[in-house]
Write a protein that binds this ligand. Structure first.
Ligand code: ADE
Length: 229
């Protein structure tokens, strides 16, 4: 039996999931809440990590190592880089990188540390399930590169840097850290985001305006995927 981890970073990102499921059991652990539910023959653990790579790593690792999850799905919002991505659009990551990981002083490329890799790939199988679900529901879903960093990007300069160095299509603050944890622990994983802003000067304003609606777009699509697992 699959034991599924479903993560978000913010409460708004998992709220639509918590209101979808019934009979939720809450466990407090490591200064966070883990919501357990049985659904459709699946055991599911849901949590929001809090923002950023460190909290996301802690939560992903806890869900796998303490709760025994064997598959991880992430749902949330992102800043768009690729101009074809508009607010509300869905993106699934084929691979992720850390745009703020920088030991270029020693001649290494951005996003790389010895023993690691610049890009971590998501599960091909989960991506295929998502694409099939998108097709069946006539939903447009973009597939591309997501860059992660511990900063809310709201400038043309940083956005261009991330685009140029990593060819990234969207950026956020947790995905690549979850990817590193899952890859290291051999856990198939999938990162889904809906665009809340386009990481420009207006990003802070747009994020506040569209966080809830975009988080809901992402969560609604994720639920359709869960139904196929
Ligand atoms: N998540 C959503 N929008 C973002 C942005 N502009 N920068 C970082 N993370 C984000």
């Amino acid at each position: 039996m699959t034991k599924l981890a479903i993560m978000g970073a913010m409460e708004e990102e998992i709220e639509p999931l918590l209101s979808y499921f019934d009979n939720i059991k809450i466990t407090n652990y490591a200064d966070n809440k883990y919501y357990e539910v049985n659904y459709n023959g699946l055991e599911i653990v849901i949590a929001y990590s809090k923002i950023g790579k460190v909290f996301a790593s802690l939560t992903a690792s806890t869900m796998i190592q303490k709760f025994g999850c064997d598959t991880l799905l992430f749902s949330g919002v992102a800043g768009g880089i690729n101009p074809s991505l508009k607010i509300g659009d869905l993106i699934i990551a084929d691979k992720l990188c850390q745009h703020d990981l920088d030991i270029t002083a020693f001649g290494h490329p951005n996003g790389y540390v010895p023993g690691g890799k610049i890009f971590v790939e998501t599960s091909n199988e989960l991506r295929e399930v998502a694409k099939k679900v998108a097709q069946e529901n006539k939903l447009d879903v973009f597939e591309g590169i997501i860059a992660t960093g511990d900063q809310f990007v709201h400038s043309k300069e940083r956005k261009e840097f991330v685009q140029e160095k990593f060819n990234a299509d969207a950026l956020e603050m947790e995905g690549a850290s979850v990817a590193v944890i899952c890859d290291s622990l051999n856990i198939p994983f999938f990162i889904l985001r809906a665009i809340s802003d386009v990481a420009d000067m207006d990003a802070g304003f747009d994020f506040d305006e569209f966080l809830k609606s975009s988080a809901k777009n992402s969560a609604n699509f994720l639920i359709k995927i869960v139904e196929q697992l």
